[in-house]
Design a protein around this ligand. Structure first.
Ligand SMILES: Nc1ncnc2c1ncn2[C@@H]1O[C@H](COP(=O)(O)OP(=O)(O)O)[C@@H](O)[C@H]1O
Ligand SMILES: [Mg+2]
Length: 224
């Protein structure tokens, strides 16, 4: 493979784990041997905190991980094509609103993954998101469920599967309090568990395995 795959993570809802997923997917994708550029497009610039011990100020910046680099949309927009083509994956962490800038980023990316929670209202919301993305002439790579708590929602899950069909990825990211802990420590989940020496067999690792499975699905869909 030597084609740069651009992926945006978008949902018009906030708090559905867009940023959390960008961070943990970027981590898993670099572990799978790819070079990743994370582009913070939200004015909050959340991503750098997870990757960089120091915040420096311009260009494409190295992070604490050899194959993850970081930039912001403003800086990215000034880069020439040669710099961009040095990456296998470029991931755009978007804010939760279809502003003109978000439309521009979605058109640029061409491929969007949509994290969602599992809920009664979500299916209608997702229809709107799907239409908005199609309007920008971008493809939906897939929709995936995050923060899943097992609470008699088998029926809801069945509704999701039948409404979304193959757009819905197989992997479900479970709810886990360790996400907040890892974010307090400013680390991707796997780096956090490794630092805390949490045994791999422990149930905490379930969410890391889920992000690894999600990465496999995304790589499979991108690298056919
Ligand atoms: N799998 C999860 N389990 C528990 N909490 C989560 C999970 N994923 C994200 N969170 C928490 O939910 C909140 C919103 O996540 P975030 O990634 O910032 O969403 P977004 O970028 O979509 O606004 C954060 O406080 C984060 O720690
Ligand atoms: Mg966010």
């Amino acid at each position: 493979m030597k084609h740069t795959q651009k992926i945006a993570l978008y949902n018009n809802k906030g708090g559905v784990a867009k940023t959390t997923s960008v961070i943990n997917l970027a981590y898993c994708i670099q572990k799978a041997g790819r070079k990743v550029l994370v582009v913070d497009c939200d004015t909050q610039e959340n991503c750098y905190m997870f990757f960089m011990t120091d915040k420096r100020t311009n260009g494409i910046l190295p992070t604490d991980y050899e194959n993850i680099f970081h930039t912001t949309w403003t800086r990215y927009a000034e880069l020439d094509a040669d710099r961009i083509s040095g990456f296998d994956y470029i991931m755009f962490d978007l804010p939760p609103a279809m502003t003109d800038e978000v439309k521009q980023i979605i058109r640029h990316s061409g491929l969007v993954y949509v994290p969602t929670m599992l809920g009664e209202f979500e299916i209608h919301g997702l229809e709107r998101v799907t239409v908005e993305i199609a309007r920008q002439q971008a493809q939906i790579g897939g929709i995936f469920i995050t923060m899943y708590r097992r609470r008699n929602d088998e029926e809801l899950l069945r509704d999701f599967r039948s409404a979304l069909d193959s757009t819905l990825l197989q992997t479900i990211i479970p709810y886990s309090d360790t996400v907040r802990e890892s974010q307090k420590a400013g680390l991707p989940l796997e780096a956090y568990f490794t630092e805390k020496k949490v045994p791999r067999s422990g149930s905490s690792w379930k969410i890391v395995n889920a992000y690894e499975n999600l990465t496999d699905e995304i790589l499979r869909r991108s690298e056919v």
